[in-house]
Design a protein around this ligand. Structure first.
Ligand SMILES: [Cu+2]
Length: 492
């Protein structure tokens, strides 16, 4: 086991400690070839971390990357910078965003050139996270989240899965099913390298290579009548996935049992599993007719995974559960603390407005937008308006209150999806384009596709347990690095 539990006395919580070593590594990506990239512990994805509510997760991170280059790209903090600094985000976990916990405002810098030349040891940084008792059991993930370097690092494969174990695992039908992590990484590679992120055209100019658990199109086998539990993780930065199992009428059936780590009240049969960048879905896959099937998504160059149904049938066929231990009670509109104080967020891009290598402005407007540099000037060319400013608080959120947010995209370009992600507290999607979801669905990231300006979602959220400063942002990682991000502060 990579993580080791330590007995720390009768009253202290178990500590799960481990090291994440980050450096450039030569790896082989089966189906692609040799790659030199920044990794966690020499693999893509990084190790899967398994924890339970009440555990403390203590991760020592070594920064073995080369010194940062002097700032390139010609821009300020809303252009890519510090490609060899990172930090750690535990995406979806309801844990503290402060101190040395899930704090994305820290920077884990590498040695300077002078320190490296002098033989100073590689720096180490500790992330220490107390997972609350009763934390929803399910599938989460971790990745670096330093503003300015997030995209370049994640598309090199710096991402891994966190499994929170708990009640849902004890459901007999789920306990009987093989527990399989399906971590989908979207790598941006040219000649086996992630090109330095030096222009706005970078994302379009470099094709995406999709891997599942580090391999292009691996094969997974099920027996007829077998049920497997797949933990689907969209560790992608640019592409939303509309997943289906192709290959004919006999393809395995798919029932979703959780979204973004939070278990549903009952399984939901689906033809497609929609995953925006950052989303997870736990599904029960039941195989029937022998054959070869493919996990596919439109727009991808090939299948993500081949699924072979073969071998002796399981007799009798394995069952699906009828009900599940719902991961979190729903909120409803009667819980809203101040019905006249909805928050509005508009994801808005102004194309071709700046000089230099990054001409597009990816803004977050609406309630609490970052103020314009000059309110009297042309806002479409404003280098500040609606862009991330770490010194400005866009949203002050009071613990114990329930609020409604309306998030809309203005995006006319199909390639520009803008998934909305709030840190620290889960968000309950209640409406898409004014149509109520029944039942509503807990998320941490809600997809809004491009090409349909005016698309909007409504969610409810209660701010619980943790004070501190953190962020809300677009999970298209290029947009986020370019400033499509806001500061939120959770206060008593
Ligand atoms: Cu975006």
């Amino acid at each position: 086991m990579w993580l080791s539990g330590q007995a720390t006395g009768s009253t202290a919580p178990p500590v799960l400690a481990g090291t994440l070593d980050v450096r450039f590594t030569d790896i082989d990506v089966p189906g692609y070839g040799p790659v030199r990239t920044r990794t966690y512990n020499g693999s893509v994805p990084g190790p899967t971390l398994r924890v339970r509510g009440g555990h403390q997760l203590r991760l020592t991170q070594v920064n073995g990357l080369p010194p940062n280059a002097p700032s390139s790209g010609g821009g300020g903090h809303n252009t890519p910078h510090h490609a060899n600094s990172f930090n750690l985000h535990t995406h979806g976990l309801h844990v503290s965003p402060s101190g040395d916990a899930d704090n994305v405002l820290r920077e884990f810098a590498p040695r300077t050139a002078e320190e490296a030349a002098a033989g100073v040891a590689e720096p180490q940084y500790v992330t220490s996270i107390q997972v609350p008792h009763g934390h929803p059991a399910g599938t989460y993930w971790y990745h670096p989240h330093l503003h300015g370097s997030t995209a370049e690092q994640i598309v090199g494969g710096m991402a891994g899965v966190i499994v929170v174990e708990g009640d849902v695992d004890e459901v007999p039908e789920i306990q009987a099913a093989a527990d399989i992590v399906v971590c989908i990484n979207e790598l941006k590679l040219k000649d086996g390298r992630v090109p330095a992120f030096t222009s706005g055209g970078w994302t379009a100019g470099v094709p995406s290579t999709f891997t599942v658990n580090g391999t292009v199109n691996p094969t997974l086998r099920l027996r007829p009548g077998e049920v497997q539990r797949w933990r689907l993780v969209a560790a992608t930065g640019f592409t939303a996935l509309s997943l289906s199992l192709a290959g004919g009428d006999g393809a395995p059936t798919v029932h979703q049992i959780a979204q973004d780590g939070i278990t549903f009240p009952r399984p939901v049969a689906l033809d497609r599993v929609e995953l925006a960048m950052g989303n997870r879905a736990d599904v029960l896959v039941r195989a029937g007719v022998p054959g070869t099937y493919e996990l596919r998504a439109p727009g991808l160059p090939g299948p993500l995974m081949t699924v072979e149904v073969a071998g002796d049938p399981v007799v009798p066929p394995m069952a699906l559960p009828a009900v599940l231990p719902a991961g979190r009670p729903f909120l409803d509109e009667r819980d809203i603390t101040d019905p006249d104080a909805d928050r509005e967020v508009i994801l808005h891009a102004d194309a071709g407005v700046f000089a230099g290598a990054f001409p597009n402005a990816f803004r977050m407007l609406g309630t609490g937008a970052t103020p314009a540099a000059d309110p009297g000037a042309d806002l479409t060319r404003d280098p500040a308006y609606g862009l991330f400013d770490p010194s400005f608080t866009n949203h002050t959120l009071r613990l114990g209150t329930v609020e409604r947010w309306n998030v809309r995209t203005d995006e006319s370009l199909p390639a520009h999806g803008h998934p909305f992600h709030l840190h620290t507290n889960p968000i309950l999607l209640t409406h898409r384009n004014g149509v109520r979801l029944d039942p509503p669905v807990w998320h941490d990231t809600i997809g809004l596709t491009g090409g349909t300006p005016g698309d909007r979602v409504t969610f409810l959220v209660r701010y619980d347990d943790f004070t501190g400063r953190t962020i809300a942002h677009c999970h298209q990682l290029h947009h986020e690095d370019l400033g499509m991000m806001q500061s939120v502060e959770y206060v008593e």
